[in-house]
Design a protein around this ligand. Structure first.
Ligand code: NAD
Length: 85
């Protein structure tokens, strides 16, 4: 049985997009993994970047506030792809 796993990505620059595309590939590359990533929410402090990522990568929601990502009960993985500082 395939289990959905909720993903939230914070920072929708280069690496945020790379990681999001990697999650999309899990069912193709690891069809026996038993999990199906679900792109629940993406966040970027530049709101237009978050909205664009939602549109192009298929996230269910977008936000300019990273706190919303860690508050959602249907997010099991918080993927931080911001600069280190
Ligand atoms: N680009 C690479 O090839 C690469 C490879 C390995 C590791 N990294 C690391 O990945 C991290 C991100 O790099 P990148 O190239 O994707 O940078 P980027 O500048 O393309 O993207 C970073 C994004 O994070 C957003 N952001 C910053 N602070 C935020 C906050 N508080 N809340 C929400 N969003 C915020 C920015 O608006 C930006 O869109 C860095 O730590 C970098 O060292 C990058």
């Amino acid at each position: 049985m395939t289990q959905p796993i909720g993903i939230g990505v914070i920072g929708m620059g280069w690496m945020g997009a790379v990681h999001s595309r990697a999650y999309q590939q899990v069912p193709v590359r690891f069809d026996d993994a038993g999990v199906r990533p679900r792109l629940v929410i993406c966040a970027d402090e530049v709101e237009a970047r978050a909205r664009q990522a939602q549109a192009t990568l298929g996230f269910e929601r977008a936000t300019a506030d990273w706190r919303q990502v860690i508050e959602l009960h249907d997010v099991q993985v918080v993927n931080i792809a911001t600069p280190n500082n």
